[in-house]
Design a protein around this ligand. Structure first.
Ligand SMILES: Cc1ncc(COP(=O)(O)O)c(C=O)c1O
Length: 451
């Protein structure tokens, strides 16, 4: 297999940084100006971590493309890390938003759209009762609270190197069989080992042992890990997860925020899972803040029988003044009805297959010790010869310099990939020519390093 020459990589990275500086001057100026009013010159601190000397400032976006303030035109495979999986500014959602804005944005009263969306989520995910939040983070937080209230157990179980938003309990990893704080966990309220048990994905024995203690209120899991690269479940893992959670009296929360890429009803519908809760956010309203969490008949009954659980919920930890607002609901309805349709998914998944095949061909023709994984319309390539089994293995295979080079090389050729890993997502507006453009640029990048 072909080995990577680190000096050659550094040289190639420097050349791309120089090219970027010349073609992104206006972004550079805005970044310098923003340093006077924004911490580190960006609206969110991690935006400084995009590959390149400074972030690209966006000007406008439509469908699968956007233009930056320097007039550079890009195909967007990041799609707001799934928030814009619908494509940017999809017409049906834009029209519904414009209409609703003129009729009232938030009232703290239900609108007719809420029941329509609840029914549609039921149809897609097979869970009867739904509630709304503004972010997937909050959907997860509220669900964890309900799981604790129902089971009267203190801890949750997560998978090492998972990500479920900024939920305190989830910043835990497993090190030598023990639950520890994830590196760079900023100001944790308590040691995560007090609230959480972290185990490795795909390890049935570890799952059984962790649940047997009887202190786990719920398992919070992506049905396939997507935030440390894609790590798929091994055959039989989901069956074991469902059987063991039931056996040990723990609830099962499936977070579909990213795995909605597997189909209209996410991985849950595509693979017949039977979770107690489903959580989802990001693309539900084409990027307008909106999230939802659904629950089974049995769980709903337990929530309703929790004394005062509903009356005091707002001051009891399940709140958000703007949650379930009229605008989010109108945008969700339009998006689910007309944008993220069953038909759209068929096209998106076919494009994912094309993307995967292109990358696989480049990897094979250069005999690289890399691999490519796909889940529906989401594709990821990573720097180990075979797919990792769990988060720990995936984290160990990360290569920051290589990552930065590939991202910047792509960016300089008008292609935006999801930051911090080499992930691409297809939208209903993405075209075959967009996918082929990536395959060609990826081939060039590989040639530059290994040719
Ligand atoms: C699986 C998963 N769940 C939840 C979230 C949190 O989403 P948000 O940041 O919109 O709250 C993310 C964000 O990346 C995610 O990947």
């Amino acid at each position: 297999m072909t080995a990577l020459d680190r000096e050659r990589l550094q040289e190639a990275l420097r050349a791309e940084e120089e090219r970027f500086a010349v073609t992104h001057r206006r972004s550079g100026e805005l970044y310098e100006k923003a340093k006077a009013s924004l911490l580190a010159g960006v609206p969110m601190p991690w935006m400084t971590e995009w590959a390149g000397p400074h972030p690209v400032f966006a000007a406008s976006a439509e469908g699968a493309h956007f233009t930056d303030v320097d007039g550079n035109y890009y195909v967007d495979f990041c799609l707001g890390d799934t928030g814009a999986m619908t494509g940017h500014a999809p017409q049906p959602t834009v029209e519904a938003i414009a209409k609703q804005v003129g009729r009232g944005i938030t009232l703290m009263l239900p609108t007719e759209d809420s029941a329509w969306v609840g029914e549609e989520l039921n149809r897609r995910f097979g869970l009867p009762y739904w509630q709304f939040a503004l972010t997937a983070t909050d959907a997860n937080r509220f669900t964890i609270r309900l799981a604790r209230a129902i089971t009267r157990r203190p801890k949750i179980l997560v998978y090492s190197w998972c990500y479920h938003g900024t939920v305190d309990e989830t910043f835990a990893i497993q090190v030598e069989g023990e639950t520890r704080s994830r590196p760079d966990n900023i100001g944790p309220p308590v040691d995560p080992a007090l609230t959480t048990v972290a185990i490795e994905w795909n390890d049935i024995d570890a799952l059984d042992a962790a649940l047997a203690g009887g202190e786990i209120a719920c398992v919070l899991a992506e049905p396939a890990m997507t935030n440390i690269g894609i790590v798929l479940p091994e055959p039989g893992y989901h069956d074991a997860l469902r059987t063991l959670t039931r056996e040990h009296g723990s609830l099962l929360v499936i977070d579909e925020t990213h795995t909605i890429c597997a189909g209209p009803g996410g991985y849950t519908a595509a693979h017949g899972l039977e979770p107690d809760f489903v959580t989802i956010g990001k693309p539900l309203a084409a990027g307008v803040p909106a999230a939802a969490y659904g629950m089974s008949e049995e769980v709903a009954g337990l929530v309703l029988s929790e004394s005062r659980a509903l009356e005091v919920s707002d001051v009891g930890g399940i709140g958000g003044t703007l949650s379930g607002n009229a605008l989010s609901l109108a945008a969700m309805r339009a998006t689910l009805e007309n944008v993220l349709s069953d038909e759209a998914f068929r096209g998106m998944i076919a494009l994912g297959e094309r993307f995967e095949a292109g990358v696989r061909e480049v990897i094979a023709s250069h005999r690289l010790p890399w691999h490519v994984t796909r889940l529906g319309c989401r594709v990821e390539y990573a720097f180990s010869p075979s797919a990792p089994r769990n988060g720990g293995q995936a984290a160990a295979a990360q290569d920051r310099d290589l990552d930065r080079f590939l991202h910047l090389h792509a960016l300089n050729r008008g292609i935006l990939m999801t930051p911090f890993h080499n992930m691409a997502l297809m939208s209903p507006s993405t075209g075959e020519e967009d996918v082929d453009r990536h395959t060609e640029a990826f081939g060039e990048a590989v040639e530059r390093l290994f040719g």
